[in-house]
Design a protein around this ligand. Structure first.
Ligand code: NDP
Length: 243
């Protein structure tokens, strides 16, 4: 079988690092992008290389147009092809809408939404049949259970609409596109014992935080040939937060 290649944006820490390691276990060579944490990205590369796969870390700010395009072109230049794109990099602005700044709104839209569009636009130029586009949305894209998350919720909700349209564009080429919508997952962005964690946890049916591996396992399945008939949909991995 031809060696497959996956790119995971924001793959230096948290959910993205777990996805990168899982896809490497599945046999992919891996590119990860990171914003500033070169040491964490280097650690992910070392983990993947220890599994016998090729890996490259790319510094690319997903909030800029050039960052998005460079992530794709550098992956293909370094690893020769692109089969799976996981758009994972994201930020979580928190606060009442009246207290947000225009800069916060722009930066969040650029990274959480626009980057996904630009990366998809560029990636599909390199993908063939069996290609996979997987976006990390959020349960808060389906439900806003408490105040202060309007901007974040809006950006994550946008991914479902984009994926439905892209699925129609690419279905005939054998490329699927789906959104994985995590509930609370224990990472630097949302520590299971941080401020407000008990409140967030109370909105789940399981009364628990999830693990990064819960999301990586779903992405692993979607990236596999077994998921070829799943496209244009949002899949909750949220401990029942949206139940
Ligand atoms: P973390 O904050 O733990 O990790 C964020 C990752 O994204 C890091 O690798 C970081 O790089 C990278 N990143 C941040 N800003 C940029 C940027 N401008 N350009 C490129 N990369 C960037 O986040 P999580 O792992 O928790 O979240 C990952 C995704 O999952 C996000 O889209 C988030 O919205 C979503 N999500 C998370 C949930 C949770 O409870 N944790 C719940 C639902 C959705 P660096 O290391 O260089 O800083």
């Amino acid at each position: 079988m031809t060696q497959r290649v996956a790119l995971v944006t924001g793959g230096s820490r948290g959910i993205g690092a777990a996805i990168a390691a899982k896809l490497a276990e599945d046999g992919f060579d891996i590119a990860v992008t990171y914003a500033s944490n070169a040491a964490a990205a280097a650690q992910v590369v070392a983990t993947i290389e220890a599994l016998g796969r090729r890996a490259v870390a790319i510094q690319a700010d997903g909030a800029t147009t050039h960052g998005n395009i460079a992530a794709i072109t550098q992956t293909v230049a370094a690893l020769g092809r692109l089969d799976t794109l996981v758009c994972n990099a994201g930020i979580y602005p928190y606060g009442p809408i009246g207290e947000m700044t225009v800069e916060q709104i722009d930066r969040t839209l650029h990274l959480n939404v626009r980057a996904v569009m630009v990366e998809t636009m560029e990636a599909v130029k390199h993908m063939g049949a069996g290609g996979r586009l997987i976006y990390i949305g959020s349960a808060f894209g389906e439900r806003a259970p408490f105040p202060g998350i309007s901007l974040y919720s809006a950006t994550k909700a946008a991914l479902g609409g984009f994926a439905r349209g892209v699925a129609r564009d690419l279905g005939g080429r054998g490329i699927t596109v789906n959104v994985v919508e995590p509930g609370p997952i224990d990472t630097d962005l949302n520590p299971a014992h941080g401020d407000g964690a008990a409140t967030i946890r109370s909105f789940t049916a399981t009364d628990s935080y999830g693990k990064v591996s819960d999301i990586a396992d779903m992405v692993s399945f979607l990236a596999s040939p077994r998921a070829g008939y799943i496209t244009g949909t949002c899949l909750a991995v949220d401990g029942g937060l949206t139940a």
